[in-house]
Design a protein around this ligand. Structure first.
Ligand SMILES: NC(=O)C1=CN([C@@H]2O[C@H](COP(=O)(O)OP(=O)(O)OC[C@H]3O[C@@H](n4cnc5c(N)ncnc54)[C@H](O)[C@@H]3O)[C@@H](O)[C@H]2O)C=CC1
Ligand SMILES: O=C(CO)COP(=O)(O)O
Length: 441
């Protein structure tokens, strides 16, 4: 049996179990409460010139937010004199029925886009159509009635303007290969935050390798899917060389609850999203030892130093790491138990094995693979990444977390921000020490 078929069958089983639980315990199920769609109109921004202006008529909802204020603000920001009909309805496909693909496709549908969520499992599509709830990945959240669901990949992607890819990095290349025959000019936007196993390819690398003719971008930022479903104000970054695509994505997803900022540093934005998963695991682990705020702040800030150092070595702009996709996402993921990577770290810190933690999580935690990729690449290129190496030693070389942490603390004198005052050690000297497995003294 192929791995894909096997996964699909496991998902069938999971979906059955999720439905059984939902049916059994309907009184506790938020899904059974009558929920109203937040918006009753489409996004008002025209595709290009009004893309960054909020133009959404918010409807009162039951969340903790002061929606009256937000509605007032939305009204005062309204920029489209023509009223509520979108001048151009973008046609979007979202590939991957996990928590993020679901949350983002829902956001687009709510904004009035023609939004289709592609899910590889036929039964999941039926369940979504029937219940409008993604019972496995986002239980309790009713999706917008305008969101469409599709199992057939060709039907999902043909005649679309933009295809958003939200499958795990392990399935990214295969997904692009599968859609290739149906591409007739659609743009691609990666929502995936990881690196391909063994090849160290980022998703933008894979797009360029597999679909060299395609106009593409990557989107990344502090976007915990559950918070997006709860209408917690959030923001993200679309990075692309194409101004057209940046504006189109802003136009499609921008709302009073979700702002999209633009960048042309594709590598920097993408690396922010991929690398922060490593440090979310480290922070989850640190939290299991009840560390204080000073320690968390130190870990987060030194993580940012590593991220920007690695970014520069990969051709990114270090300033990008000061933005939403860098420190923004690092902060969100390192402070929340909603982060699956944080939860993995926390379980490891409490003594669970990696296999058991992954099984218990039952969802994607990209950081587990990213640690290995970045550890190897940094060793090879002589990039000083002490936290990543330490975490790798704990997870993959079975070293004691406390001992490794103490070792890190004993490291020698370093500059705070190396782009302000360079470290006194040359890269070569550091490389020699790292390669020899020595701490930096
Ligand atoms: N969940 C979140 O809050 C956010 C997730 N992301 C990123 O989005 C990507 C996807 O993550 P989630 O949606 O959270 O994952 P998830 O664990 O919630 O779901 C993964 C989904 O991918 C599907 N999938 C797996 N292999 C597949 C294949 N070969 N073909 C088609 N579909 C396949 C699964 O069926 C499942 O529906 C990850 O790279 C993650 O880092 C980015 C921002 C936020
Ligand atoms: O990327 C995320 C939030 O921005 C989601 O993080 P996790 O994959 O750790 O859940």
């Amino acid at each position: 049996m192929s791995a894909d078929k096997k996964n699909s069958e496991i998902e069938d089983k999971n979906m059955d179990q999720a439905e059984a639980i939902t049916n059994k315990d309907a009184t506790d199920d938020v899904e059974s409460e009558e929920e109203k769609p937040l918006f009753n109109s489409g996004i008002l921004a025209s595709l290009f010139d009004k893309a960054t202006k909020v133009g959404v008529k918010a409807k009162r909802d039951q969340s903790a937010l002061n929606t009256e204020e937000i509605e007032k603000k939305a009204r005062s920001n309204m920029s489209n004199p023509e009223g509520v009909t979108p001048p151009h309805q973008l046609r979007l496909a979202f590939l991957g029925g996990g928590s993020f693909g679901t949350a983002m496709s829902n956001l687009a549908a709510r904004n009035g886009c023609d939004s289709t969520l592609w899910v590889r499992n036929k039964r999941t599509v039926k369940s979504l159509q029937r219940s409008r709830v993604n019972k496995k990945y986002l239980p309790g959240y009713t999706l917008d009635e305008r969101l469409k669901y599709e199992h057939d990949l060709k039907a999902a992607v043909q005649d679309k303007d933009i295809i958003f890819v939200a499958v795990p990095s392990s399935a990214f290349r295969e997904t692009l290969r599968n859609i290739r025959p149906y591409l007739t000019g659609q743009s691609i936007v990666s929502l995936t935050k990881g690196m391909e196993k063994d090849t160290f390819s980022l998703m933008s690398d894979i797009i360029e390798q597999e679909l060299p003719e395609v106009n593409f971008g990557v989107m990344s930022g502090p976007n915990l899917a559950v918070e997006i479903m709860q209408n917690m104000p959030s923001a993200s970054v679309i990075a692309s060389d194409s101004e057209f695509l940046r504006h189109a994505v802003q136009s499609a997803l921008h709302s009073v609850f979700f702002r999209i900022f633009a960048s042309d540093d594709i590598k920097g934005v993408e690396l922010g999203g991929a690398l922060k998963n490593i440090y979310a695991i480290a922070m989850g682990m640190a939290a299991s030892y009840n560390v204080g705020e000073n320690t968390k702040a130190m870990l987060l800030t030194r993580a940012l130093a590593e991220m920007s150092r690695f970014g520069v070595a990969s051709g990114a702009n270090p300033l990008t790491f000061l933005g939403l996709s860098g420190v923004g996402d690092l902060y969100a993921t390192c402070s929340s138990e909603l982060s699956r990577n944080y939860r993995i770290g926390n379980m490891l810190g409490k003594g669970m094995s990696l296999e058991a933690a992954i099984k218990k999580l039952g969802q994607t935690a990209e950081g587990v693979n990213t640690i290995q990729q970045v550890h190897e690449k940094a060793m090879k290129l002589g990039i000083y990444m002490p936290i990543t190496h330490a975490l790798h030693a704990v997870i993959y070389d079975d070293q004691a977390a406390l001992g490794v942490a103490l070792h890190l603390m004993e490291s020698g004198f370093r500059s705070d921000v190396e782009f302000v005052m360079p470290h006194e050690y040359s890269n070569e000297a550091l490389n020699a020490k790292i390669t020899a497995g020595m701490p930096d003294k």
